[in-house]
Design a protein around this ligand. Sequence first.
Ligand SMILES: Cc1cc2nc3c(=O)[nH]c(=O)nc-3n(C[C@H](O)[C@H](O)[C@H](O)COP(=O)(O)OP(=O)(O)OC[C@H]3O[C@@H](n4cnc5c(N)ncnc54)[C@H](O)[C@@H]3O)c2cc1C
Length: 533
Amino acid sequence: MKQFDFIVLGSGIAGLSFALKVAAHGRVAIITKKHRAESNTNYAQGGIAAVTSKEDSFELHVRDTLEAGAGLCKEDVVRTIVQEGPARIAELIELGMKFSERDVPSAPGAKELDLGREGGHSKRRILHAKDVTGREIEQALLAAIAQRPNIEIFENHFAIDLVVTQKLGQPGPNRCAGVYVLNKLTGRVETFAARLVLLATGGCGKVYLYTTNPDIATGDGVAMAYRAGAPIANMEFIQFHPTCLYHPKAKSFLISEAVRGEGGVLKSINGAEFMDKYHPLKSLAPRDVVARAIDSEMKKTGADHVLLDITHKPAAFITERFPNIHQTSVRYGIDITKEPIPVVPAAHYQCGGVLTNLEGETEIEGLYAVGEVACTGLHGANRLASNSLLEALVCAHRAAAKVAAHAFDKVEVKIPFWQSGRATNADELVVVSHNWEEIRRLMWDYVGIVRTNKRLQRAQKRIANLQEEIQEYYWDFIVTNDLLELRNIATVAELIVSCALGRTESRGLHYNLDYPNPNPGLARRDTIVRKAG
Ligand SMILES: Cc1cc2nc3c(=O)[nH]c(=O)nc-3n(C[C@H](O)[C@H](O)[C@H](O)COP(=O)(O)OP(=O)(O)OC[C@H]3O[C@@H](n4cnc5c(N)ncnc54)[C@H](O)[C@@H]3O)c2cc1C
């Protein structure tokens, strides 16, 4: 058994920020299922929202966040995160993060932060590093981690399940004592024990057929926490990014909202602008409105994509502001300075998650959750663009401060060895890949941008059948990365559907044709699910 003071599951912005801060208080293990940089964080393009300009104010950022959240944000949480943002940004800059700057027009030779604009923001407030902000943040954090001998990173280690006292049949409050982890290089399951486990495993885009998320985003943290008995909230609110590159060979390449922020206009395939029919902010309307408008235009025209046109901007500006998007599109034969970009909506961000407070505490003692895996109440029914990196930074800091101030009891839990099936079967791979495809397709078709009761119920039945089959496999066969991810996406799919069925209204990202309007009675009510028994 490997013993640490703190176990951090995940090496994106949330996990790395927390690890850096608690390393002063004990030994830290970062467990991550692929290479250390592979995370949603690494692909974030647009940037981080924070109030850093004189023209902006906390009040405006709070207002924009509440408006996007459609009545479901927790205002105190929004205020705290918005107000603490600038201090966390300053720390990131101190660590070596370089945000893009521009010349100050009134003071020749001077530079200021080049603030971008995105949908739903009333001011320019997005700090970015060109269009590769996430990659730069990930590198800055990993470089700082490399300087801390107290932190050990376990790459290619897949966290399977949390060890909690309730499951071990011990009396008293449910407490987390460690985690079972598949070492993907040896195929063996190892036990890690610690006085605190942080879930920083990110989101669940891979539950859907089309997603902007990389392969790691299979909702493992939410599934593990649910199995461990933690309450999970608001999983019906999945944000679909309106503009993912539409190309048969491009797997989940996002065309950042900043392209619309800088003047990009949505058009149908015959070149007509259509957003004025849907929202006064047109192409810069909130993401849910834009995604539904595109969905509706595609259904009306029968086309399988729409177009995003920024060709009216100077080519030099486009290539300088969006070098990654420009170069990647050119690789697929599209020159965005000369022709519109074919785009489709795709699953992008999980607004719900493991229910936590601002310090990342969950209901299970010793189990914290920060980042996309958590539901703090910041996003409500819809996330305001670029608020997620901000939330991860602020909550990781608050969680670390809480931990530093808290004398944890020594955990006296006898953790049993992992028991697993021994069988391998040539049939297994095809069953796993078939079930993967089936879940992702049915989630896309029945639990996507526009929902109905009938489709949700159909999805629920199918998922229940698939789960039965997966459970059989799970207990009989040796665990593999693919089987574990399949089990988790099935659990997360079940949670999304049951939350969606529980919300008998349309609000923010959850749109159900059987209840097309918001129900004021549900405005402040989170949808909370927990495992029975
Ligand atoms: C293409 C794209 C663009 C985006 N652009 C922006 C943006 O401009 N601004 C913004 O604010 N947000 C953006 N987002 C969202 C934002 O990137 C994420 O919400 C944020 O990075 C999540 O950080 P995190 O640390 O919670 O999780 P992640 O960065 O996803 O990290 C999760 C980590 O957990 C590991 N992991 C998962 N499961 C396991 C397991 N079972 N065992 C071990 N390790 C595991 C993963 O390997 C990974 O290291 C974007 C997202 C995408 C996909």
